[in-house]
Design a protein around this ligand. Structure first.
Ligand SMILES: Cc1cc2nc3c(=O)[nH]c(=O)nc-3n(C[C@H](O)[C@H](O)[C@H](O)COP(=O)(O)O)c2cc1C
Length: 199
């Protein structure tokens, strides 16, 4: 099942086709594809080129995968049991410029994961990011240093069939993707006033 974005204007096919499934095939992800995902993340932009992102990779059924699974909120764990790859995205909170908290580290890690997501689409894979996990527990399990935040868990693999999901999740899987209108998010003049380029 594809879930193309119903866009107001045509956009590139990767951004159009990326979406976050919950049904994944019980099929391993090839190692040569995995490294490309991290390579795409690596070449993302970051404030001051600090590259605060770090990733912890779990490949089912290795111990890292089991540990990441154990940190997921129940509502996420239920659809992750067969996901072939689980990743934790971490970020260095400290700026090397002045030793203070970087204002950008979360922004930068999110951007790197966005690059990873589009590369995944390019490779026929899907990414599903999750904030529903126990970041503190993940930090303990993987001995993440204090100056790093564990920001998101990421499910990755080949998309499966909605029928394999519990009924409530199946319905969500089948829903159209929706977004706010451009007029609600692109401003000119002042905040809240839609820019002239949008209808
Ligand atoms: C930071 C972040 C946290 C998210 N947390 C969860 C989560 O815990 N569980 C979940 O099922 N989806 C989660 N999502 C997925 C979003 O619900 C999804 O991206 C959004 O509904 C848009 O759908 P799309 O990615 O298919 O376009 C998260 C996404 C992001 C970026």
């Amino acid at each position: 099942m594809e879930k193309f974005a119903i866009t107001s204007y045509p956009i590139n096919h990767l951004a159009n086709q990326r979406w976050s499934p919950r049904a994944f095939l019980d099929k391993p992800v090839e190692q040569e594809k995995l490294v490309k995902l991290f390579e795409a993340a690596r070449w993302s932009a970051s404030g001051g080129n600090e590259q605060p992102w770090r990733f912890i990779l779990g490949v089912r059924p290795d111990e890292t995968w089991q540990k990441i699974l154990s940190t997921l909120a129940e509502g996420n764990r239920v659809w992750n049991l067969e996901v072939p790859v689980l990743i934790l995205a971490c970020g260095n909170k400290i700026s090397s410029w002045d030793g203070g908290i970087s204002p950008y580290f979360q922004y930068d890690v999110g951007q790197a994961v966005a690059h990873m997501s589009l590369e995944a689409t390019h490779l026929g894979l899907h990414v599903h990011q999750m904030g529903g996990f126990d970041a503190a527990r993940a930090g303990e399990l993987f001995e993440v240093p204090e100056n790093f935040g564990v920001l998101t868990a990421i499910a990755l693999g080949y998309r499966g069939e909605p029928d394999t999901l519990p009924e409530n999740l199946k319905q969500r899987e089948l829903q159209d993707r929706s977004r706010k209108a451009l007029s609600e998010i692109v401003f000119g003049g002042k905040f809240g006033e839609k820019a002239y380029i949008v209808e």
